[in-house]
Design a protein around this ligand. Structure first.
Ligand SMILES: [Zn+2]
Ligand SMILES: [Zn+2]
Length: 399
């Protein structure tokens, strides 16, 4: 099908795209243009992530953002369609992004070797139409869940073990969220790992779960189909929002489970108003930020960060040490006194009123990620949120 553009008919690359996607367009509700204009985040470029990214590329999702901190190992090659033996040692996210663009030159894919728990600003989540998870740990799922809820974005979780797996869809305001589905045992695992973090970081190494390329393609396929329905939401297609697709690979039975929304769940916080500001986390100092928020909201305004940041540590021997990193990243090594080896006591903050001694530090220097969102409020009045869009060009460069 040829398309008229600027009243001239010519064979542009857009016309060849029509050929590539014409079988997809046979689906009555399909809108290829919408997919082309979509931004989708994939967290985790392992077994599930490979299948997710492959599907997104084939479908012509215009902008794909891939988050993973690991490098490729030989053991990944049995479950990762995007990786080759010569890729061993390279970052998964980088190789996956290259291969996605090879599979379909219409798509742009960008790699982020970042920790999804701390290093990704809420403004990055806000830019996405859907977030897809291919993860193997609960803390990362919980962090994605909270970030997506704050900026009102849907996310789709996938999990596999041996031949089986499940896919779950979480849409703010529509039924249960990920935290609502968490059991007592899930919390015990998280708390165990958290307490371990203060002992040795090495012991935190992920448990190795048996996974296959077959179960990952089944589950990732369901995740991407759910994403397609969410992207076409004006079509009113049924989705798994607040529900899970459970697949038993031994019998090939499957069923859908509906999760209970917990009214006291801590993850349902959605920011009402987020103001887009030309501010940059990279360059703005804490002092400048406090000044700007006070000029917006009055002199009694305080800045609320959404995380607890350790400022400094002090030892009984008198030695002091600057920290400036999220409290949960502290380890016993970091808190050991460089002078006498004793464990040091640290102080921390999550809000700023303009009297702090470290106001000359930039937000980035105290561990706030690029494109983050911070709050400003006066007393118990409603918080107004500010998104740091001055970082946008740096974060999304090339994509
Ligand atoms: Zn919840
Ligand atoms: Zn000491």
């Amino acid at each position: 099908m040829l398309k008229m553009e600027d009243s001239t008919i010519s064979l542009t690359s857009a016309d060849f795209e029509e050929d590539r996607y014409s079988r997809l367009r046979l689906i009555p509700w399909w809108d290829q243009e919408k997919l082309k204009n979509s931004a989708v985040m994939v967290v985790g470029a392992g077994a599930i992530g490979n299948e997710l990214i492959k599907n997104l590329a084939l479908l012509g999702i215009g902008r794909i953002f891939i988050f993973d901190m690991d490098t490729i190992e030989h053991t990944n090659l049995t479950r990762s369609v995007l990786y080759r033996a010569q890729d061993v040692g390279r970052y998964k996210a980088e190789v996956a992004a290259e291969r996605a663009m090879e599979l379909n030159p219409d798509v742009k894919a960008k790699a982020f070797v970042s920790n999804i728990i701390d290093d990704v600003g809420l403004g990055v989540f806000a830019e996405m139409d859907v977030v897809l998870g291919g993860l193997d740990n609960r803390e990362a799922r919980l962090a994605i869940n909270q970030s997506c809820y704050k900026v009102n974005r849907p996310w789709i979780d996938g999990a596999i073990e041996a031949l089986s797996g499940f896919a779950r869809v979480f849409v703010p305001g529509e039924g249960a969220c990920y935290e609502c589905t968490m059991t007592e045992a899930d919390w015990m695992m998280i708390n165990k790992r958290k307490s371990c973090a203060l002992l040795t970081q090495e012991q935190m190494a992920e448990g190795k779960t048996p996974t296959t390329p077959t179960s990952s393609s089944v589950i990732a396929g369901i995740q991407v189909q759910e994403m397609l329905k969410l992207l076409h939401k004006e079509r009113g297609l049924p989705t798994l929002a607040g529900k899970g697709f459970v697949f038993n690979g031994l019998t090939h039975d499957s069923y859908v489970v509906e999760y209970q929304r917990k009214p006291d769940c801590m993850s349902h916080d959605t920011y009402d108003v987020i103001k887009s500001m030309p501010w940059s986390v990279r360059t703005m100092t804490l002092g400048e930020l406090v000044g700007l928020v006070k000029s917006e909201q009055g002199d009694r305004a305080v800045v609320e960060l959404d995380r607890e940041i350790a400022a400094s540590a002090r030892c009984t021997c008198g030695r002091e040490k600057a920290l400036f990193l999220p409290v949960h990243k502290l380890t016993s090594d970091l808190l050991a006194c460089p002078e006498c080896g004793a464990p040091m006591i640290f102080d921390s903050f999550h809000s700023l009123n303009g009297t702090e001694y470290f106001l000359s530090k930039t937000l980035f220097e105290v561990g706030i990620p690029l494109m983050h969102v911070v709050g400003g409020r006066v007393g118990i009045e409603e918080t107004i949120y500010y998104e740091f869009d001055g970082d946008k060009e740096e974060v999304f460069r090339g994509c």
